[in-house]
Design a protein around this ligand. Structure first.
Ligand code: FAD
Length: 299
């Protein structure tokens, strides 16, 4: 069923990126680097590293991004938010990235320090919106800048048009790629894409794919992030709370179906929320025909 896209292992038309988060423990750190190494073989377009809420992972994000730049062949992208920092502090981080050889930033406003649902109060000395941050980054150095976008609307937006306004202003400020919040119903993405294209937005709007490792956790996250969880998806995971093996198989099948559905409709770029784990994402990429380079050489 799936091999219709890529009958051979020789090359792929797909452009892939992977997202990691800064680990908290030495065990999680080991897992992160194992995953980074495994996914490096697939030659992603870039790999990004998130920035903890409120800037809580500032040093750890920098450490991982700089190490990827130093020790791998991959191009790292550092996430950066406006939260809880002055413009001078953020500008210093941006300059440090440039000095470390990093050329790509995922620029975000960030969640309100009081938590999702509370009003966002910008630091009076900071960047008030993601648009200001994008402009600030561009004024420091010629970084490539990716930004977020929300096919189902950001929780603080009154409607999708407001999200498209925000996206347009981020593009005007210098962003050249949008990565979507995760979604599980591909029609939502296509409708959003149509609306964006109808407004003349031409930059890539790359679908963010979230393989589901822990359904309850993802459902909770989705509720805060303004992403809907279809009933059929909840039903797929029903009764599997104590069966991690079956859960993993259902999760992989679900993510593969979603990605193949997008690919069949012409999507060629994917951003994977890896949760610092390579296995499922590696399998999805394999089915897309994205294979380790050594395999291509042998073919
Ligand atoms: P924005 O585009 O800034 O939009 C937020 C709200 O403000 C929307 O309602 C929008 O309509 C409005 N708005 C935007 N611009 C303007 C403007 N110029 N004037 C008035 N209103 C405006 N969070 C982290 O803490 N760290 C991360 O590393 C991180 N990575 C992420 C990666 C991706 C791909 C995505 C989709 C989200 C990520 N987030 C991250 C979450 C994000 O920080 C939150 O969703 C946050 O609430 C919004 O920031 P934003 O830049 O995504 O949204």
């Amino acid at each position: 069923m799936f091999n219709a896209l890529h009958p051979t292992a020789s090359g792929s038309r797909f452009r892939i990126s992977y997202e990691f988060f800064p680990p908290k423990t030495p065990e999680m750190e080991t897992q992160l680097w194992e995953s980074v190494k495994r996914l490096e073989a697939l030659q992603p377009h870039f790999v990004s590293v998130t920035y903890g809420a409120g800037g809580s992972t500032r040093e750890r994000t920098h450490h991982i991004v700089a190490r990827i730049a130093r020790e791998t062949k991959m191009k790292p992208a550092a996430h950066l938010t406006c939260v809880s920092a002055s413009r001078a502090e953020i500008d210093a981080i941006i300059k440090d990235y440039w000095d470390a050889g990093v050329r790509h930033i995922v620029a975000l406003r960030g969640d309100p320090p009081g938590g999702v649902g509370t009003p966002f109060m910008p630091n009076p000395l900071g960047y008030p919106t993601s648009t200001h941050l994008v402009r600030g980054i561009k004024s420091i150095a010629d970084f490539e800048i990716s930004v977020s976008t929300y096919p189902e609307g950001h929780p603080e937006s009154a409607n999708i048009e407001q999200d498209l306004d925000a996206l347009e202003s981020k593009i005007d400020a210098g962003a050249t790629r949008a990565i979507t919040q995760f979604f599980f119903d591909n029609d939502i993405y296509f409708r959003f894409l149509d609306r964006a294209r109808a407004r003349g937005i031409t930059i890539p709007i790359v679908p963010g794919i979230m393989p589901i490792r822990n359904f309850r956790q993802v459902a909770g996250f989705a509720q805060k992030a303004g992403a809907s969880v279809p009933r059929w998806l909840a039903e797929r995971f029903e009764g599997l709370e104590d069966d991690s093996e079956t859960r993993a198989l259902v999760a992989a099948t679900t993510a593969v179906e979603q990605v193949m559905g997008l690919a069949r409709a012409g999507v060629e770029e994917f951003h994977f929320y890896t949760n610092n784990r390579a296995d499922m994402v590696f399998a999805i990429c394999h089915l897309l025909g994205v294979r380790p380079v050594r395999e291509k050489a042998d073919a």
